[in-house]
Design a protein around this ligand. Structure first.
Ligand SMILES: NC(=O)c1ccc[n+]([C@@H]2O[C@H](COP(=O)([O-])OP(=O)(O)OC[C@H]3O[C@@H](n4cnc5c(N)ncnc54)[C@H](OP(=O)(O)O)[C@@H]3O)[C@@H](O)[C@H]2O)c1
Length: 256
């Protein structure tokens, strides 16, 4: 039985737009009747829009929206959200850490404000750490649990103007590796979606302080070579379909 045949409780962060919305819609298209997808991000309107797109993709999927600001995360908030779902009702649990931001775009030597770092890491690292803890402690079923971290080339390659982003994404990947070493029954995936045409790329073009990095995004946008969200999420869906090992890292551009 593939992962997609199992009645699942799935949570997708950053589900109000962009890659997260597409993940929620495509996962909904694959999961069986009675599966539930929890959608979280700050924008209630965006979450409601994702929820109605899910209904169109698969009306047998139940959605719950959880408007929440991940820059001030608290484990008890996640625990109280998740404890409404009985661990016994599901054949599988899927947690997708997708919410994320690109940082200030300034040279890293000028990123010296501790409050700014604190806020950045709260949203981009601590929220996924606390949500993972709450998720695993609530459902206590590692054998049935898949965790996907949406990562980036920036986790493994230094990119000028992406100081906070590189540090945040590298930390998230290492968190996943340590989690795998300590909890080998989990199935953990670091998925790097490629440069995807979302609002994040537009913000990068407007704020990155390094012309080479900015120019790279501008060129991809003008030439139409940015990856499309449905294409990269399709690859993610197929990776999960093939069966996940305990730990895997895949980039969109890796050969199948
Ligand atoms: N686009 C790319 O080229 C690319 C490449 C590699 C990796 N990624 C990664 O893919 C993920 C999604 O990015 P995207 O391109 O889809 O960007 P996006 O369109 O800007 O979406 C970001 C998502 O994160 C949520 N978010 C932002 N701040 C938040 C906060 N304080 N609290 C809760 N949620 C928050 C946003 O929702 P609200 O604003 O409603 O809160 C939104 O749903 C990110 O982790 C990003 O690093 C993107």
């Amino acid at each position: 039985m593939t992962a997609w045949n199992k009645k699942s409780l799935c949570l997708v962060s950053g589900a109000s737009q962009g890659i997260g919305r597409e993940i929620a819609i495509q996962f909904a298209g694959k999961l069986p009747s009675g599966s539930t997808i929890i959608l979280t991000a700050r924008s209630e309107n965006g979450l409601n829009e994702t929820s109605s797109l899910i209904s169109k993709a698969n009306s047998s999927i139940i959605t719950k929206i959880f408007p929440y600001d991940m820059s001030n995360p608290k484990e008890k908030d996640f625990t109280s959200l998740l404890s409404a779902f009985s661990p016994n009702d599901w054949e599988q649990f899927i947690l997708v850490h997708n919410a994320g931001t690109e940082g200030t775009g300034r040279p890293v030597k000028d990123c010296s404000n501790p409050e700014e770092w604190q806020k950045y890491m709260s949203l981009n690292l601590y929220s996924m750490v606390l949500l993972t803890s709450a998720f695993l402690k609530t459902f206590k079923n590692d054998e049935k649990t898949i965790i996907v971290n949406i990562t980036s080339l920036a986790a493994v390659q230094a990119i000028a103007g992406f100081g906070e982003y590189c540090v945040g994404k590298a930390s998230r990947e290492m968190y996943m590796k340590v989690l795998s070493a300590e909890s080998p029954s989990l199935r953990l995936l670091n998925y790097s979606p490629g440069p995807v045409g979302t609002d994040m790329v537009d913000r990068c073009i407007s704020k990155i302080d390094f012309s080479e990095t900015r120019g790279m995004f501008e060129k991809m946008k003008t030439e139409g070579t940015l990856v499309k969200a449905p294409d990269t999420v399709k690859k993610l869906v197929n990776i999960i379909e093939s069966g996940l090992p305990a730990y895997l890292r895949v980039d969109y551009f890796d050969r199948d």
